[in-house]
Design a protein around this ligand. Structure first.
Ligand code: NAD
Length: 473
């Protein structure tokens, strides 16, 4: 399978997607490895993962260029790859205590002679299927806590961005104990589909359409699924907000990483009182944004990673304009040296039935709607099949938070936007079509990989059948 380079448009890389049989063989190998892995203490598993963190750090010189070729972006690839050792160390440190706290012992019950203990039993094999927008982070975000839980893990990153897999697997190969329980494989949709009935728990990050297929497969296989899907995050800007600061926040939260983030702000509702200075400032700031072209080390936004996504973004812009939206700046995907770029695009007066209001855009596009009553803004922000996250910007945290609690979304950034990209400590659910299943955020990120086994101890006499004789009742 030929892989396109997002900066040049050339197919300069190849993968050989694993067949179903190869997937089955790999799952057998990992299940064998898991038996010894699960008998290690959490601290022992943590020690192995700490070696891996060091190995990744030592090999960043190979990983970062591969990730940069995958995504066409410079600085974010550095942050992404260099952040992984920190995530590994964080789980290696936190997980042992969480596991101790989860295994309650000698708990009294309603029957005086019976006590209980809880054992945490990891799922043997966790499957991870991940998307292209943050290829390395999203391949590992579920895998790391699953390994700490004592599971083996099979990861299939997106076929759009597979170049980082080889250098990353080299780091895994340096640590034989890890190589027995972690495999990151090359593959396409068919490879992903082949995994679902071969694992005991599936973590999927990607689109709603594929998430539904994975969810259906998981239901058939009777396994739990954590589905982390798309979003159409709204930001409400209150009349009390400073227009310039709110515009800066909206711009950054919408266009960082070319808008290719599930938690990107994709709709803005601004109070009429400040709409004019807000839109003026947003447009000025947007026009000052520079493309990372031709120099990857200069500017703010890079090319679309996935060719088709550029087409989706352009079609949504054209659809909105054809329905009466006003284009304030940007609006046309440009082919520069084979890469597909879109300058920050601001639309206003966008009819609510436009695709750009209803469907995920995943580009640097900001539709801005003006409201008179806050109730109107809340109703429109909540009028979506998605409910991943949202944001409210106002004159004070308290005021913004009061509105934030009325939004139907799993995470609400207060006086900022897209904070779930920076903070992973708070457990959150996905509302609506944005996902299903236990959260990867907070302690649930680890604890979901355990089943609870109750040990129920009788220290008195076990009941005899005579106790149930009808004449006793
Ligand atoms: P996608 O659904 O097209 O693909 C995701 C993964 O699924 C890929 O690895 C792909 O090979 C695999 N796949 C395709 N068909 C499959 C099948 N039938 N069975 C199993 N696996 C299959 O998504 P994408 O375009 O790669 O990613 C973008 C999407 O991901 C956006 O919707 C974005 O919002 C979402 N996303 C969500 C989060 C989150 O945490 N909620 C984070 C990042 C991205």
């Amino acid at each position: 399978m030929k892989i396109r380079n997002p900066r040049t448009g050339e197919a300069d890389y190849e993968i050989a997607p694993l067949s179903r049989n190869a997937v089955v063989d790999e799952t057998r190998r990992l299940r064998d490895g898991q038996v010894a892995w699960a008998t290690k203490t959490p601290d022992e598993r943590g020690a192995v993962l700490l070696q891996w963190a060091d190995a990744i750090e030592a090999d960043l010189g190979a990983i970062i260029p591969a990730l940069t070729d995958d995504t066409g972006r410079g600085g974010i690839s550095k942050i992404e790859a260099a952040g992984v050792p920190g995530q590994i160390r964080r789980w290696a440190e936190m997980a042992p205590q969480l596991i101790v706290e989860g295994q309650l012992t000698d708990q009294p019950t309603s029957v005086p002679t019976i006590t209980t203990s809880t054992r945490l039993v990891p799922y043997q094999l966790v499957g991870v299927i991940s998307p292209w927008n943050f290829p390395m982070t999203l391949a590992l975000i579920d895998a790391i806590p699953a390994l700490m839980a004592g599971s083996a893990v099979l990861v299939k990153p997106s076929e759009v961005t597979p170049r980082f897999i080889k250098p990353l697997m080299e780091t895994v190969g340096e640590i034989p104990e890890l190589a027995g329980v972690l495999s990151i494989i090359e593959g396409d949709g068919a490879t992903g589909a082949a995994m679902v009935d071969q694992v005991d728990y599936i973590c999927f990050t990607g689109s709603v359409a594929t998430g539904r297929k994975v969810g259906e497969g998981a239901a058939q296989a009777f396994i739990p699924a954590s589905l982390e899907l798309g979003g159409k995050d709204p930001m409400i800007v209150l009349a009390s907000a400073d227009p310039e600061t709110a515009a800066a926040t909206a711009l950054r939260a919408s266009i960082v990483n070319t808008g290719q983030a599930c938690q990107s702000i994709e709709r803005v509702y601004v109070a009429r009182d400040i709409a004019e200075p807000f839109l003026a400032s947003l447009t000025t700031q947007a026009e000052a944004v520079e493309l990372n072209y031709p120099d990857i080390n200069h500017g703010h936004i890079g090319p679309f990673i996935f060719e088709k996504q550029a087409e989706i973004a352009q079609n949504q812009i054209d659809d909105a304009v054809s329905k009466g939206a006003i284009l304030l700046t940007g609006g046309t995907v440009e082919n520069l040296g084979g890469g597909l770029y879109l300058r920050p695009t601001i639309l206003t007066d966008v009819p609510p039935e436009s695709d750009i209001i209803r469907e995920e855009n995943f580009g640097p596009v900001i539709p801005v709607m003006i409201y008179d009553q806050i109730e109107e803004a809340i109703a429109q922000a909540n009028d979506s099949i998605f409910g991943l996250s949202a944001a409210v910007v106002g004159g004070s945290v308290t005021e913004a938070e009061q509105i934030g609690t009325r939004l139907k979304a799993g995470a609400v950034s207060i006086n900022d936007g897209s904070l779930t990209s920076m903070v992973w400590e708070a457990e959150k659910s996905s509302f609506g079509y944005s996902g299903l299943g236990a959260s990867r955020m907070g302690t649930s990120g680890l604890m979901r990989f355990f089943r609870k086994q109750a040990l129920i101890r009788q220290s008195g006499d076990a009941a005899r059948i005579e106790a149930f004789a009808e004449e006793n009742f």
